[in-house]
Design a binder for this molecule. Structure first.
Ligand code: AVI
Length: 322
């Protein structure tokens, strides 16, 4: 695989983000993108297999059932960029459907080197698909991909798995607007969105009884310990998943079980955390089925089709640049 390395070293940015998030007034935070180091990426793969986490299976089912129809509605893309490919497992059917029409370049864009390597292993040998991985942020990767195409060649962007739900709603509008600004008429975007469902089911999906999601969340503190020399005592923090009704999102937090002090030398920080205080680590917004089409309009696309899973409310939305 041809991997384009990130231009900046990740650690100084990590230290700055940890420092900024943990000193935030009112509610301490850690950015969710840092959940995905090597351990976190593996734990996320395990989450996708949990019976309580129906999202990935719904995403995959829709792609398997409707890949041919999806591809027939896209204006024959020669290039496919996937924002956050993960292991690439669910992308196989759509790539095969595309490859039946024409030779296609596939560019998984990932900040996780481990996920990118797994994706190359999974999809690197498909007939009529040439894979070039980018170890970059989504927008930097997309810019690099967009610059590779010849005039008249169309690009399809895949943004699957409801990763858009991990952005706050205004940030999602802004991000999709920035994606749009890299695209040209005839380009398309396939966007996966997890839909609102029974709150009890939603909470179980983010607080499974085996504790895989708890481990995924706690690994973020372990990462701060490993990479910034911090002394977070993991047993003194508890994974919390909450449903925020007003914002229509699941929030993941890490709650301190006692008043404690934590040193983070790599971020030049000494933290005093109160008993019961939380560090907010992730939001996962849920959507009404009509919302994706409105989101498309606001960010400069037009939604031309939507497929909704019949077992787990989840939608694939196909958008076009006109
Ligand atoms: C990657 N993302 C869409 C997942 C989600 O459902 O928000 C991350 C996740 N967090 C806990 N479980 C899964």
């Amino acid at each position: 695989m041809n991997v384009v390395p990130p231009s900046l070293k990740a650690v100084p940015e990590f230290a700055a983000d940890v420092r900024e998030g943990l000193t935030k007034y009112g509610q301490r935070e850690l950015p969710s993108k840092y959940l995905y180091d090597e351990v976190g990426s593996e734990l996320f793969e395990a989450i996708c297999l949990l019976p309580e986490y129906g999202l990935t299976r719904a995403d995959t089912r829709l792609l398997q059932r409707h890949a041919e129809e999806m591809v027939s509605l896209m204006p024959a893309p020669a290039h496919v960029a996937e924002l956050g490919s993960g292991s690439g497992k669910k992308t196989r059917t759509i790539l095969q459907a595309l490859a039946r029409r024409r030779r296609t370049f596939y560019y998984p864009i990932e900040i996780s080197q481990a996920a990118l390597a797994a994706c190359e292993k999974e999809l690197g040998q498909l007939d009529f698909i040439s894979l070039v991985g980018y170890e970059k942020s989504y927008l930097d990767g997309l810019r690099a991909v967009a610059s590779r195409r010849e005039p008249g060649e169309h690009l399809c962007v895949l943004f699957l798995g409801s990763t858009i739900g991990n952005f706050d709603r205004p940030a999602a509008d802004d991000f999709l607007g920035q994606v749009r600004s890299e695209l040209e008429p005839g380009d398309s975007l396939l966007l996966g969105t997890d839909l609102e469902k029974d709150v009890r089911l939603q909470l179980l999906a983010y607080d499974d009884p085996v504790g895989v999601t708890a481990a995924f969340n706690l690994n973020l503190l372990a990462r701060v310990n490993r990479e910034l020399g911090a002394n977070f005592e993991l047993r003194e923090f508890r994974h919390l998943a909450l449903w925020n009704e007003q914002e229509r999102r699941i929030e993941m937090h890490l709650q301190s079980s006692r008043r404690q002090q934590v040193e983070i030398p790599g971020a030049a920080l000494l933290l005093r955390v109160e008993e019961g205080e939380t560090i907010w680590t992730e939001s996962s917004h849920k959507y009404h089925p009509d919302e994706p089409a409105e989101l498309a309009e606001r960010s400069g696309f037009r939604q031309i089709a939507q497929w909704v899973d019949d077992e787990w409310p989840f939608a694939q939305n196909l958008w076009l640049v006109e």
